[in-house]
Design a protein around this ligand. Structure first.
Ligand code: ADP
Ligand code: MG
Length: 330
């Protein structure tokens, strides 16, 4: 393929052969790559160390002034790496190794061949409740591990940061109708033939904004609340609740195909979010279960104290329904 010839070359990354671009983030490029020493397929997240200064076009400038170091970046990358190293969960993307060159940071990651949940939503329009549950429960289990066992708040949960392990093939018939045929759901196969059983495994990626909540008494990450003072417990709950809001936004989007809060004007959008103003818009939400709406209502709740915690989420009846069965709307 042509694309192969266009792969950029990075000094310091000689061990890896870049195969194709997997995605772009705000601060990074991510490539599918092969570890030439082991043959292992991986993903490499490449973050540039320096920003080109605004005067880069000025050819008269001394070259040494053309580069402006991003002062906060190093600490941020090291934190992302430190947090990822500490996590070992089937629904969290694993960090394989970390290296850097003069110009770049390289995070070598477990390869998620299936790409972003975001792209699957765009492709399918929206998910059946069964499929949405299958995906969101995996995300929730990762969040429970982060919140309850690691004291980590992700802070950037969104469909772009939820990745499929393999390329899912989902039966999709008439594009004008419900695009996902629930009866055919379990016939979904992965392209490499490994699959069966639906859409497969998803994992949370991108710990670039995440944070460890430290317990000041024990100097260990906040997990379970033992001797912790109420104000710290409250703090911890506030910070964790940002992931729960985001989880509600992802679930809403999965079920109907558009996000709960949207406006062309950023000011109006900000106001809508601040007031928690969203609706279950007809006709799109007409056939979606009351149970899922109840769950979303407890997540998209402006008061973080009222908002469901991850355990409350996982104990909601909608999550308890067996995979494959959807309660009828009363
Ligand atoms: P940023 O912090 O810049 O948003 P991300 O870690 O989210 O960087 O990566 C950007 C994009 O690259 C993701 O949205 C996804 O499309 C892709 N990507 C990231 N990690 C992987 C991975 N392990 N496997 C496959 N694609 C990935
Ligand atoms: Mg990202």
């Amino acid at each position: 393929r042509d694309a192969k010839n266009k792969m950029p070359v990075y000094q310091g990354l000689e061990r890896f052969k870049l195969v194709e671009k997997m995605g772009d983030g705000a601060f990074s490029h991510v490539y599918k790559a092969v570890d030439l020493q082991t043959g292992q397929k991986v993903a490499v997240k490449i973050v540039r160390k320096y920003e080109l200064s605004q005067s880069q076009e000025d050819k008269h400038l001394n070259p040494q002034f053309k580069k402006r170091p991003k002062v906060t970046e190093r600490a941020n990358i090291l934190k992302e790496v430190q947090i990822m190293r500490g996590i070992n969960h089937p629904n969290v993307v694993k960090l394989i190794s970390f290296t850097e060159s003069q110009e770049h940071y390289f995070l070598v990651l477990e390869l998620m061949e299936g790409g972003e949940l975001f792209h699957q939503i765009v492709k399918l329009t929206y998910f059946s409740e069964h499929l949405a549950r299958h995906v969101i429960l995996q995300v929730a289990k990762a969040i429970r591990h982060l919140h309850e066992e690691k004291g980590v708040v992700h802070r950037d949960i969104k469909p772009e940061n939820i990745l499929f392990e393999r390329i899912p093939i989902v039966p999709s018939k008439d594009p004008m109708r419900r695009p996902y045929d629930e009866e055919k759901e379990d016939e979904g196969e992965f392209i490499d033939g490994v699959g069966g059983g639906g859409i497969g495994r998803v994992k949370i990626a991108d710990f670039g904004l995440s944070k460890i909540i430290w317990d000041e008494q024990t100097m260990t990450p906040c997990g379970t609340v033992g001797y912790t003072a109420p104000e710290i417990v409250k703090d911890e709950r506030y910070s964790k609740s940002v992931d729960m809001w985001a989880l509600g936004c992802v679930l809403y989007t999965l079920l109907c195909g558009f996000p709960p809060f949207y406006d062309e004007s950023i000011n109006v959008l900000t106001e809508k979010v601040a007031r928690g103003y969203y609706t279950f818009l007809s006709p799109w939400w007409d056939d979606i279960s009351a149970s899922s709406k109840d769950l979303i209502t407890h997540l998209l709740c402006v008061d973080p104290v009222q908002r469901y915690t991850i355990d409350e989420f996982l104990n909601h009846p909608w999550c308890k329904e067996p995979l494959g069965q959807v309660a009828p709307t009363p």
